[in-house]
Design a protein around this ligand. Structure first.
Ligand SMILES: CC(C)(COP(=O)(O)OP(=O)(O)OC[C@H]1O[C@@H](n2cnc3c(N)ncnc32)[C@H](O)[C@@H]1OP(=O)(O)O)[C@@H](O)C(=O)NCCC(=O)NCCS
Length: 144
């Protein structure tokens, strides 16, 4: 996780790449999410078991209300092969089959084209009625 979240290419649309302590904090945040909600960000691995990223479901604030978000990060050498789309589809279907929420969102930086494509390919559209605290992020959304 430290390699993934410390990579400036993966963190291009974040304030800065994470150091090891911040990556450990990220892991602990997900452990708390697993305990509280039985979901969080999970790792993505290839069929051979190679770690290539994370994808999953977390609760974020949209329009000042908790919204279920699908998020994803894929290591640069594994990007462009459809892994994020496949993982995000599985998360969407998990959220739907477990009735976790009535709506799924993805909060995406306005310049982050790959993430916008992943969101669109799993059925989301930008929803201008939804806002996040960051003015440079769009909120993609779909009904579940
Ligand atoms: C967003 C991200 C997870 C996509 O992962 P991925 O496994 O490469 O995604 P996919 O292979 O499923 O491709 C999804 C789409 O993005 C496009 N894409 C992938 N890499 C791209 C790049 N470097 N530039 C432009 N488009 C790109 C793909 O072509 C595809 O779109 P298409 O079907 O129209 O061709 C990956 O780019 C990433 O980790 N980015 C940095 C982290 C990040 O920004 N996470 C999201 C925070 S909201």
């Amino acid at each position: 996780m430290a390699d993934l979240l410390g990579d400036p290419r993966v963190m291009e649309y974040y304030p800065h790449p994470k150091d090891r302590a911040e990556a450990a904090g990220w892991i602990n945040w997900n452990r708390r999410n697993y305990a509280a909600y039985e979901h969080g960000l999970w790792i993505i691995e290839t069929p051979e078991g190679e770690f290539i990223g994370d994808c999953g479901l977390t609760w974020q604030k949209v329009n000042e209300t908790a919204a279920l978000e699908v998020g994803f990060h894929v290591t640069p050498s594994a990007q462009g092969f459809g892994y994020a789309t496949e993982a995000a589809l599985a998360c969407r279907d998990f959220a739907s089959s477990h009735a976790l929420a009535s709506r799924l969102v993805s909060i995406v930086h306005r310049d982050n084209r790959p993430s916008q494509r992943v969101a669109a390919k799993i059925g989301m559209n930008p929803d201008r009625t939804l806002t996040h605290s960051s003015p440079v992020h769009l909120v993609y959304a779909m009904d579940l």
